[in-house]
Design a binder for this molecule. Sequence first.
Ligand code: ADP
Ligand code: MG
Length: 701
Amino acid sequence: MLDITTPIQFVKGVGPKKAAALAKAGIRTVYDLLLYLPFRYEDRSRRLKVAELEAGQEATVEVVVQSLHIRKTRRRNFTLVEMMGKDETGSVKAVWFNQDYLKDTLTQGRKVLLFGKFERSGFSLFPEVTNPQFEVVDSSGEDAPTHAGRIVPVYERIGAMSPKVLRRVLHFLVVGMPRNVPELLPDDIRSRHELPTHAEALEKVHFPDEGSELDLYARFRAPAQRRLIFEELFVFFLAQGLRRARNQELPKRRSFRVDDRIREVVRKILPFRLTGAQREVLKVIAEDLESTVPMRRLVQGDVGSGKTIVGVLASVIVIENGAQVAFMVPTELLAEQHFQNIHRLLEPAGIEVALLSSRLKKADRDARVAAIAAGDVDLVVGTHALIQEDVSFKELGLAIIDEQHRFGVVQRAELRQKGYGCDLLFMTATPIPRSLAMSLYGDLDNSVLDELPPGRPTIRTERVSSGHIDRVFRTIEAEIAAGHQVYYVCPLVEESEKMDLKAAVERYESLAKGVLRHRRVALVHGRVAPPEREEVMAAFRSGAVDLLVATSVVEVGVDVPNATLIVIEHAERFGLSQLHQLRGRVGRGTAPSTAILLTYDPTTDEAEKRLAAMLETNDGFVIAERDLGIRGPGEYFGTRQSGTPLFRIADFSRDRQILEEAKREASFFLRSAESRTPSGQRLLRQVIDQWGERFDLVEAG
Ligand code: ADP
Ligand code: MG
């Protein structure tokens, strides 16, 4: 009897090698695999007789294997497997490429189900099917066919586990469904929303009943799917409710007050007039800081809206009250830049700012860590390394998490632990539509910076197709001749980092030694060693470099006001919010700025939509809405660093209605007497056990 905790290796048909591949994908137990859902379904239930097959039709036929030949083709290493099969009404031919091993499976006289698109060419006597899915029908007829003759699930391959192997293993699990599949949803909620049990949902989501409407499945509205979506969202909102409640109960801390002296310091260091939005947000933050309830605030603001200074001024309040601040950013590059800016701003006020980089020599690092512990450092800038290891503070009053969407959930959880009790300020550009942010960060207070500093030029966005690349080069030259600086971004696609680096290097060389040889051109990418990378960035910042050829490492937060042109090569390959972030590198000074989207054919429909959105608007919030519409929200909630998406099946845009229902039920449950009964408490404990890490619930205490 299988148990949900049984290691997957012990399941029939898996074994150590496949288990290793599964483990890489985070699947270790029977339950993990049960939660690995198909990404689509195929209706292979259209069982026809051979004589009934019509050309161009997808269908399943059951035939007896007559013969099987392997043919070499003229192309080397390329073989065709040709099988003839027949039923009582006629013969069919099936062809597979390079699958010689089939000769051992499809032996003469065996009964097989073939699923595919049958064609009838002019010269052929039989219907033909190429690369059909097939299943040998057990002669005992006991097993319902797994791969044909029904609605079958299609899985994304996991390493050596083909969709077909996955289907077989999952069928095995579903048939012997473990009895201890946890049931989180209270009965009354299930019945109110007409949702099947968890075990039943898992069964049907993998193997829909005969006659199920595939259309419902395609829209994720089959009862089995609704149940799983509902549960995920219900648990999510429970977790959020628990977190919010916990925030209220955090131990009080001392209040950071703003007095005239602090106002004077702020006036002295402020290099410009704050925008109305910045002033509003700061006012709210100042109130948070004064209150003894620890702050948990998210500030959303478009690229260039001036989030940094808001964080810096909040820091000043805390520091002038005698406590310390940790300012965290996702990359070393940004840490370096923020350190320089913040240091420059705060030094005149006698505030001690330090950079804690993972690259410091041990002795230097030790000294700095000691200074932080002793309270000699007021503000520390660093990456998430700050929350790891041995760094402790004399009195940490405020932690600022910049570009928070780039931090993984696990890192956020660590931070919550480290900063337990201190004020937390999250800052993020706008990859998330406002409405969604409310749902996703419902446990945080939200503020929005919806105003750009005055005098910002609008950024003109232009699309140029690769055939006109020479014109782009001339534009670059003209921009540099006018005394400005330029970014040239080359794509970095994960599948082949090497190739892309090569492309970037080639582009760099063709520019540096070709059309722009009289200009100062520099190259920076992920493989450039950090010290050197910083040198290049510093040179660019100081104006000593005219053109910076880069891979997307410049994406986040780099601030060089004299840069007025950015060229994004292969713009069709970038995600929408990434394009918007890149565009935000220019238009930071007062001179008119341009973003050129250099595209190569062919493009996909989605790419066209992204490009159209870029040409249409500069507003990050609109871009975020558009992005959500184009690709769904999966990635917003993905934690790229840790690799586990927040949701397995729920989708914030597709499932808005279920989301509302789940949210209502969760808040109702938390307020109800039921949540305090033993079974209610058990449910909440289960939520924390099962989902705590995922939903960032594991806070110290
Ligand atoms: P982001 O919100 O993208 O992090 P930054 O904080 O990097 O934006 O600010 C972008 C640029 O705008 C910086 O050069 C910053 O000095 C400048 N800036 C911010 N606020 C103002 C303001 N109120 N007036 C003028 N310039 C400002
Ligand atoms: Mg920023």
